[in-house]
Write a protein that binds this ligand. Structure first.
Ligand SMILES: C[S@@+](CC[C@H](N)C(=O)[O-])C[C@H]1O[C@@H](n2cnc3c(N)ncnc32)[C@H](O)[C@@H]1O
Length: 384
């Protein structure tokens, strides 16, 4: 007998959920049931696949690999440059270029964030970044539709998500708005979950949560990123921790570092003010798997990273400081320019991190309030 699409999707969904469980990502039976029972493919009728040259090709349900791609533990990009016509152009004229502006996030990071939220059935949740609607559907499944509010800044994205949610039998409150302002109409919430990355955590999220309410979000830091969980005082302040797990998300639109390409262009091409060698492997500073990377982000705030040909790593800051590294057997060659020597800051930061006992990201706490946002460790603090 031929396997129906529903059977095949159920098999793949169960396999994806089993993998999330055996890899130690999913622990809570409620979220595991939600991942088993909510169709991801209902929210991904079309998306982009990235080709080896970095361009984006179209995928839809006519593609024989559609379902298997949907149920892989991968991000599925659904929009580039905020342009809703790009997918059709990719079908008509071939692969397109662009920066992702909407996606269904990687299931692993979705599961980590949903569990960190620690929401019970009947508690109210505000999701910032509706995207495809898949995460909102998982929230509805676990908490009840009437307790879920989801906001997206892009009216077209929101309308499509609303349609997918309705087709899946789900009806959370869907709103078009800037999630930086929260969504006061349905406040106060027990939980706020942001599925895009923020450069600073909006205070509105803490004024719109009940005392003891929880805010979970990723941070938009090119080096170190950070997934944080904070408890709100209900009056505009929160405190919490950086989680051991990490995820890199697309930024909230107003928090996108639109200057990054310009300053990185300088790092690629400028004549150096200083040339030298370093024993510090650039990978330790810029690779998200490095235990030092989070701390490197603290000593290199607002520094963005680019990767060039033949193992080159570029660092740049909006003040015009830059460093260009080329890996060698032990360490790297380093060229630097601009008002500050970014690589010297990285080296000093590395020595400091060793002196502090090599603290990993989950040793840092975080506070947010009208006076500012800081990371803390052992009596020391740094701006978020
Ligand atoms: C990674 S996607 C969210 C994934 C989504 N939760 C899902 O399950 O598919 C990020 C979304 O954030 C939205 N977004 C960006 N800036 C925003 C803002 N200021 N307010 C609300 N949503 C925003 C984007 O339009 C995009 O749809």
């Amino acid at each position: 007998m031929r396997e129906t699409l529903d059977d095949r999707a159920a098999t793949l969904r169960n396999r994806m959920t089993d993998d999330l469980t055996t890899e130690g990502v999913l622990h809570d039976a409620r979220w595991s049931r939600a991942f088993r029972e909510v169709d991801r493919h209902a929210f991904l009728p079309r998306f982009f696949r990235q080709l080896v040259d970095g361009t984006w090709g179209p995928v839809d349900s006519d593609d024989p690999d559609w379902l298997s791609m949907v149920y892989r533990d991968r991000v599925c990009v659904t929009q580039l440059n905020g342009d809703d016509d790009a997918w059709r152009r990719a079908v008509d004229d071939g692969a397109v270029t662009g920066v992702p502006t909407c996606s269904s996030s990687m299931p692993t990071i979705m599961a980590i964030m949903l569990e960190a939220l620690d929401a019970r059935r009947g508690q109210s949740v505000l999701e910032i970044g509706t995207g495809t609607g898949y995460n909102a559907a998982l929230l509805c499944h676990a908490l009840g539709d009437e307790h879920v509010t989801t906001v997206d800044v892009d009216p077209g994205v929101l309308e499509r998500a609303r349609g997918h949610l309705a087709a899946a039998g789900r009806s959370p409150a869907c709103a078009v708005g800037d999630g930086e302002l929260g969504w006061p109409d349905r406040a106060p919430y027990d939980r706020v979950l942001c599925t895009c990355a923020v450069s600073r955590i909006p205070l509105a999220w803490f004024t719109q949560t009940k005392p003891g309410g929880v805010v979970v979000t990723t941070l938009n830091r090119s080096i170190g990123a950070g997934l944080v969980r904070l408890v709100s005082d209900g009056g505009g302040r929160g405190e919490g921790r950086v989680l051991a797990e990490d995820g890199r998300f697309m930024p909230l639109r107003a928090h996108a570092q639109s200057w990054a390409n310009d300053v990185l262009a300088l790092a690629r091409a400028a004549r150096p003010d200083e040339r030298g060698r370093t024993a510090l492997d650039p990978t330790l500073v810029v690779d998200p798997r490095s235990p030092f990377e989070f701390f490197a982000g603290l000593v290199l705030p607002e520094v963005v990273v680019g990767h060039g040909e033949r193992d080159r790593v570029h660092l740049a800051h909006p003040d015009g400081s830059w460093a260009r590294l080329r890996r060698r057997d032990r360490g790297a060659r380093v060229d630097q320019g601009g008002p500050r020597r970014l690589w010297h800051l990285a080296e000093a930061g590395y020595r400091r991190w060793l002196d502090l006992g090599r603290p990993r990201r989950d040793r840092f706490s975080v506070t947010v309030g009208p006076e500012g946002q800081r990371f803390h460790f052992d009596g020391l603090d740094w701006p978020v």
